[in-house]
Each structure stands twice: as C-alpha cells, then as structure tokens.
Write a protein that binds this ligand. Structure first.
Ligand SMILES: [Zn+2]
Length: 231
C-alpha cells in the first residue's frame, strides 16, 4: 500500500529505521533491518502518519474482503504501548472521513502480562465488546502470537474479530494461521525490505557486515563473538 512510503520517511526523519544493516533480534534471528516505532510515539505527527495509513488499510480491508458489505467494525482494540494510541487516532480519522459509515466506531485497548490479555483494570470495556465486530490494532507484527492470544480473549468475551491491522510486519514469514485472524498491513513496502535469517545461515554474518553497537540485541551477539566487526 502506498502509505508505507510515508511511514518509511517518517521513521527516517527520526532515525528509527535502517534497512541496510545487520541486527540480532529478540527472537535470536538476524536481520538487515532495524525498526523502532517507539521513538516516534511522543510525536503527534508520527502517530498521525501511522494512523492515517492504518485508516486506509481498514477501508481497503472492507473493499477487498467484503465488497463494501456490513462488515464494518464497531470497535478498534489497541494492543501494547503503541496500539491504544494508534487505535484512538485511527478511530477519529474513520469517524470523520468515510460517509458516516464509521460514525459509531469506538476505540478501546487491552493490556497484557506477556502471556494473557485482559481489559485494563476498572475500565468498563466488557459491555462494549460483547456482540461487537472488532478490529485489532498494533504497530508491529513479530510472531503473530499476541494477535492470536488477544483475538481468542476477545472472542471469549463475545466479540466477532474481523481482522488485525498492523503498521509493519517484521518478518515476511508470519502467516495468517499464526495470528488466528486475517491480518492487513498498512506499510507492506517496509515489510518487503526486511529479511530475517537463522543465525547459523545468516549471509550478513558470512559477509561480516558490521553490527551496530547498543541497538536491538546486537551487544549480546558481539559479546559472544568479540572478533566480529562492529560500528
Ligand atoms: Zn548475521
């Protein structure tokens, strides 16, 4: 989708993306790409750029998957740190820009202890979710396991989960079956630029592409491989 370019530019402005490096990820895999959407969250302009792209992803989801039928969500549900902010701003764009189709849309969020998802304490969200059509919103899709867990939680609360919408998919290999729901990407161009490898077959290691110190899990790798070039 064309909005990926504006996301890449917004990330570059903040020095929050590198697509030509060598990084060790939390999963243990190596990658050419480093993306840190978190550095953008304090900036309303950045949050609005991502949300505008998410808004288009949601509208296109209806067009291609449901031919404009009544599969319009009642609720966006944000996950993690960025998801609630993005869901909130995206809801505002949808409510104001689409012929009134989304004028009933609301935005809530779920919290996680790393394993399970639930509603934030003391927030009256359960009544909004019961019987609602829901789209889950997150910034990054890494393995799909959070998406799957929250989707199961929302279904257990009476929701019909239509889809997950994320700004960026960190690995091309994540499939819909890993997520439990259809997943729509707002910045597919960015995902196309990301390659990930198992450490023992990493071509970047073979070419001894230097690792940047102090980001991702690079220091862990450099500690274990003291002779590896770094910058
Ligand atoms: Zn490597």
């Amino acid at each position: 989708m064309m909005w990926g370019k504006s996301i890449i530019n917004a990330l570059k402005e903040l020095d929050a993306v590198d697509l030509e490096g060598h990084y060790k990820l939390a999963s243990g895999k190596h990658s050419n790409a480093y993306i840190d959407l978190r550095v953008g969250l304090p900036y309303p302009k950045f949050v609005k750029t991502l949300s505008w792209a998410l808004r288009y992803a949601i509208v296109e989801f209806h067009y291609y998957y449901h031919q404009g039928t009544t599969r319009v969500p009642d609720l966006l549900v944000g996950l993690g740190n960025a998801g609630p902010l993005l869901a909130y701003v995206t809801t505002e764009y949808l409510r104001n820009n689409n012929d009134g189709r989304y004028e009933h849309l609301k935005s809530i969020w779920c919290v996680s202890d790393g394993e399970t998802f639930k509603f934030p304490p003391k927030m009256p969200f359960a009544q909004l979710v019961d019987g609602a059509k829901v789209i889950i919103v997150d910034d990054l899709l890494t393995t799909g396991s959070s998406m799957r867990k929250v989707s199961e939680f929302l279904q257990s609360q009476g929701a019909e989960v239509l889809a997950g919408v994320v700004a960026v998919k960190r690995s091309k290999g994540v499939q819909e079956s890993d997520c439990g729901v259809p997943v729509v990407l707002a910045a597919s161009e960015l995902t196309e630029s990301i390659d990930t490898y198992e450490e023992d077959v990493c071509p970047l290691c073979a070419q001894r592409v230097p690792m940047r110190r102090g980001v991702a899990h690079n220091d862990e790798f450099l500690k274990a491989h003291p002779d590896f070039p770094s910058v």
